[in-house]
Design a protein around this ligand. Sequence first.
Ligand SMILES: [Zn+2]
Ligand SMILES: [Zn+2]
Length: 249
Amino acid sequence: MKQCINCMTRLPRKEVTEVAWCALCSACLRVVADQMKLVHDRPGGADVQIRQCGWCGVARSCGAGMRTRCLVCLDDRSVPDPAVQGNAQRLELDGTWRENSEFLAATTVKLRLAKYFRPGWTVLATDVHGLPWTGYRWLTKSHGTWGRNDETGEVQRLKRLRGETTLLYLVRYGKVLQFGRGTEDRVRAHVSQGAVPVLVLSAPSQQVVVARDRLKRAHRGEMVSQRTPVDLFEALPDGLDVTDRFLPS
Ligand SMILES: [Zn+2]
Ligand SMILES: [Zn+2]
């Protein structure tokens, strides 16, 4: 027996279809049959397609010819995942279970896209295993993160840039706060994904690493409720406030 990940119905193996790394029953499959539109077919000859959700506009990378669905949107047949609802509760989200799930999925996608930001490129799409149903299983299967060169229009699989991380930052994504360490480009990438910079401190790289790890232990993760007091100055007393650099001029 297999279980449809969307409506949780248990069915014989031959009655489910593989969609976006998971199994769907035929009723759930029909709901999203026309959801994803092809926008880039096998860029650079890679065995990948980039498809965009016609419901919310978020794009995703997927194996060429494979069935997929939106990383964010759930539907009327979806049932809540207890782990995601636990996270929503921890983050004090006040929407319906579906709104909270979709918000967490959309934020997870934005955080992933921000990690691949590089000057001169537009990050187009990524693929997070488990979304839109269960963003918090630590599986790393992915069809990669893809971007378009702003000058040539070429679409390519992106690698993460690793610059010297001398910033400790706190940004707000809608109803949640996210802290982390990174370069100026990383903070700008969060802003380009819609985050609002709350506080950005600059300090020697080693101090930033220690401060981030302390905060992460104290808050059990890097995403916290917007009502959680996250004290960057306490974690990084010698940090220089450079928030101004990231505010809209
Ligand atoms: Zn189903
Ligand atoms: Zn969508």
